[in-house]
Ligand binder design. Structure first.
Ligand code: ASP
Length: 348
């Protein structure tokens, strides 16, 4: 059997700060003995997320703790602008984070929405699950709860995201303001200021006992209306899991997933016997069919003017991803190594 996790080992594996590590310990489970099933991790993020989650699972961590640790490395990265520290702010220049978790064995789930000042919203969602009888906390009171639980506070804006937001705002206020010429901006700032940011990290896992867990974490749509909540913290929309069937998480325009209960639909497709690829492609088709009835979500040719990606893992370790405008890739760790796999695409 592998040795149990210890703090130093985890620190070495993740490269996370001591503050992040202590936040990640809040409401985490003790490791348990290793089982006989083959573990699998899938993520919309990169290899590091998958590797951290897999390493923890192999050491007996609860799969929920493993996926939360996997996404934490991205949440703490100031150069990753779709989650946590350095996430893209709202129209007021404030970062508001959404996240949710689901734990297969207990069919437990919880989320936080519009959470400010906390680098690891996914771990706060787990604390909501473990320390309350509730499923969703929002805004100032989600922050109050996080503070009470011992999560450290931080300014989530970085120099890069502040400059990009300012340039975005100056452009909208042209007439009153003199926007900095784009050519003078650092390329990353220019990109962030001019292209609405899309991105979210989803991670799903099966542990060595065949139990599943998943997490979705995001700073949501770039320059969103303050208070806007996307699909990521809403169970059934940007994340869903049934331990007897499988899991699904999503990245992309949250509004269309909210309208369609999209992640729930993928898991229900699996329950009805669809293969994972068919389950995610069918969901993409449904989202296109219904959402393009609404003029907000179609272009002049009637085609979807948005994108969504679905990442699905079945109880027996099969996986697939699909999106509307492709291509995208998904990272899969099968216990031996992490690799990037192609997704199915409806258009392009
Ligand atoms: N799904 C996220 C949201 O709508 C954003 C994204 O994945 O781009 O908040």
């Amino acid at each position: 059997m592998l040795p149990p996790l210890n703090r130093r080992h985890f620190l070495g594996a993740t490269g996370l700060s001591a503050a992040s590590l202590s936040a990640l310990a809040i409401a985490a489970e003790e490791p348990r003995p290793i089982g006989a099933s083959r573990p699998i991790v899938i993520t919309s993020g990169g290899a590091q997320t998958a590797e951290i989650a897999m390493e923890m699972i192999k050491k007996g961590a609860d799969p929920l703790d493993a996926v939360i640790a996997g996404v934490a490395i991205v949440e703490a990265d100031p150069n990753e602008h779709s989650v946590g520290l350095g996430g893209t702010p709202n129209e007021d220049g404030v970062v508001e984070l959404d996240a949710a978790v689901m734990h297969g064995k207990t069919h437990g789930g919880a989320g936080v929405a519009g959470l400010r000042n906390i680098v690891h919203p996914a771990a706060v969602a787990r604390a909501v699950l473990k320390k309350t009888r509730h499923v969703l906390l929002v805004g100032d009171n989600a922050l109050k709860f996080a503070r009470e639980q011992g999560f450290p506070e931080a300014d989530l804006t970085t120099e890069e995201t502040r400059k990009a937001w300012l340039r975005w705002k100056e452009e909208r206020l042209r007439g009153n303001r003199f926007p900095e010429p784009l050519a003078l901006l650092d390329p990353t700032v220019r990109e962030l200021a001019t292209k609405p940011v899309h991105g979210t990290i989803h991670c799903s896992a099966i542990d060595t006992h065949g139990d599943m867990a998943c997490v979705t974490t995001t700073s949501g749509l770039g320059y969103k209306v303050p208070g806007r909540v996307g699909d990521s913290p809403i169970l059934g929309a940007g994340i869903y899991l049934d331990n007897t069937v499988g899991s699904c998480g999503s990245v992309g325009l949250g509004e269309v997933n909210l309208i369609n209960c999209a992640s729930y639909l993928v898991v229900e497709n699996l329950r009805r016997g669809m293969k994972p690829k068919d389950a995610v492609v069918a969901c993409c088709k449904r989202v296109v069919e219904t959402s393009t009835l609404d003029p907000r979500f179609r272009d002049d040719h009637g085609r979807p003017n948005f994108n969504v990606n679905f990442y699905c893992l079945t109880k027996d370790g099969k996986f697939a991803s699909a999106n509307i405008h492709g291509p995208i890739r998904m990272t899969v760790h099968d216990g031996d190594s992490a690799r990037s796999v192609d997704s199915a695409t409806l258009f392009d």
